[in-house]
Write a new protein. Structure first.
Length: 164
């Protein structure tokens, strides 16, 4: 996958957070030499293309009375696409990712209460016919993961390369 230099600069800039102002996209755009609309359109395109899977704040939902649980399934390879569709169809599922492990599908379930979280896990188990392994959060960790993106930039064309 290749990204434009502007997309790499935008993603890299947003790794550090969005300004808490009335017009955060305008402020980010001004920093990067882009318009407010340009920033918003680039983000929409990156989400639509699947380059970004989500864009938004992260909350400690428990402080607001909610509940998150990390969960996993051991999905037979022949059923992986089917089970992915079932899990992802639930509005309580925040995200889902594949692992190379006996528990090869991991996902986060978030709801307003522990009871609703358990109901969502029970529903996944019933709909998939697979046991759900739940790993409730015991402690909060802050991991500020910032991945380098420069290697994903499209090569720039020389002065005569585009004239052919």
């Amino acid at each position: 996958m290749r990204l434009s230099p502007d997309d790499v600069r935008l993603i890299s800039r947003l790794h550090g957070g969005l300004p808490l102002t009335d017009r955060p996209f305008a402020e980010v755009g001004a920093e990067l030499g882009l318009s407010e609309e340009g920033v918003i359109e680039r983000l929409r395109a990156l989400l639509a293309q699947g380059v970004l899977t989500r864009f938004g704040p992260l909350f400690q939902i428990e402080r607001a009375g909610g509940n998150f649980v990390l969960a996993a399934l051991a999905v037979p390879e022949a059923r992986y696409a089917e089970v992915t569709a079932l899990v992802n169809a639930l509005p309580e599922v925040a995200h889902n990712y594949r692992r190379e492990h006996a528990l090869n599908m991991w996902f986060v379930v978030g709801t307003e209460t522990p009871q609703k979280t358990q109901a969502a896990l029970d529903r996944i188990e019933a709909e998939t016919g697979l046991p759900v392994f739940a790993f409730p959060k015991e402690r909060e960790y802050f991991v500020e993961l910032k991945l380098p993106l420069d290697h994903l930039t499209e090569p720039t064309m020389g002065a005569d390369d585009g004239a052919r």
